[in-house]
Design a protein around this ligand. Structure first.
Ligand code: ATP
Length: 296
């Protein structure tokens, strides 16, 4: 007899942007992006269970994470259960490791894990493509978190094309503990003064050759300008990180405030982790990941 599966455990991986340019302003107020995203090993654990009580329950001990319908994981479960009719109670436990509002898509990763996990646990049978369409209704980064690995993102970052994945490239992540609202950053962006960078092609070529040094040299994020003008301490942190031994290049991820370094090797990543550890609110070494969600 088949065992009745009552829970599924999903790793929800964070992402970094190796490249992010803003290429246009849309009529709906959003901006069109050209971005290269890469999943990283740093992840939250998302445990999804069938529960006897009706409705959706979210548990998370992180004080900055809402547990009601503002939580992206809640909204992902609600969207699926609304689409297929009542599938019964769903309980979601989130163990946070990804810093919140840090440009690492933690909330989007949790939503992607729930879309994937609920689909599996309840045997809903949605294809990956359909799940990504659901994801786009929840947030621009959710489709990428489902896609995982590495991708070029156009539109609001949700029109994805696969690009070559970096295998186990060491990274160092620093977060100064400033929570940044993505919407505010885009409001501050002086789009009329910008010219296109077009370094995405170089990054794509470097990805194809696993040229980590080339990637490090060509990292780019247009959003650094508005963020660094408001928070010079983030700019200073990036400058200091860039000049450490073993760093191929450093960049702010997404709308910040996390800055990351692409490292030559794991040893120098660990040495730099010790250097920064007591000075920032979050500091970790990690590596690039080939997946965005994985069942464990
Ligand atoms: P964004 O670009 O959307 O700001 P981010 O990667 O910078 O994303 P997230 O960690 O996703 O940051 O958090 C953004 C906001 O989303 C937080 O202020 C938080 O209150 C809210 N949020 C909703 N659901 C979650 C979740 N499951 N995990 C973390 N934050 C969540």
């Amino acid at each position: 007899m088949d065992k009745i599966v009552r829970e599924i455990r999903v790793r929800a991986h964070a992402k970094i942007n190796l490249y992010l340019d803003v290429v246009g302003k849309r009529e709906d107020g959003y901006h069109d992006l050209e971005t290269i995203l890469h999943s990283i090993e740093l992840h939250d654990d998302v445990i999804i269970r069938k529960q006897a009580t009706k409705g959706i329950t979210v548990r998370c001990e992180h004080p900055a994470v809402p547990r009601d319908s503002r939580n992206l994981a809640y909204r992902a479960a609600h969207l699926l259960s609304d689409t297929v009719g009542n599938i019964g109670g769903i309980r979601i436990d989130i163990h946070k490791r990804i810093p919140v509002a840090a440009g690492l898509a933690g909330g989007s990763a949790n939503a992607a894990a729930v879309l994937h996990g609920v689909n599996e646990l309840f045997g809903l049978g949605f294809t990956q493509e359909t799940l990504m369409q659901f994801g786009a209704q929840l947030g621009a980064d959710v489709p990428f978190c489902l896609h995982g690995g590495a991708a070029l993102g156009l539109g609001i970052g949700d029109r994805l094309t696969r690009v070559p994945v970096l295998s186990d490239v060491p990274l160092l992540l620093l977060n100064p503990g400033i929570e940044i609202s993505t919407a505010t950053v885009f409001k501050k962006l002086n789009f009329s003064l910008t010219t296109r960078e077009k370094r995405s092609i170089i990054i794509k070529t470097c990805l194809g050759k696993s040229d980590v040094v080339g990637i490090g040299k060509n990292l780019y994020n247009r959003l650094e300008v508005p963020v660094f003008s408001q928070y010079p301490e983030i700019a200073a942190l990036k400058t200091e990180l860039s000049t450490q031994t073993g760093v191929c290049g450093a960049l702010m991820s997404g709308s910040g405030a996390t800055v990351f370094a692409v490292m030559h090797n794991g040893d120098t990543a660990c040495r730099n982790e010790s250097h920064f550890k007591n000075r920032v609110s979050f500091c970790t070494t990690t590596v690039t990941s080939p997946v965005g969600v994985s069942v464990y």
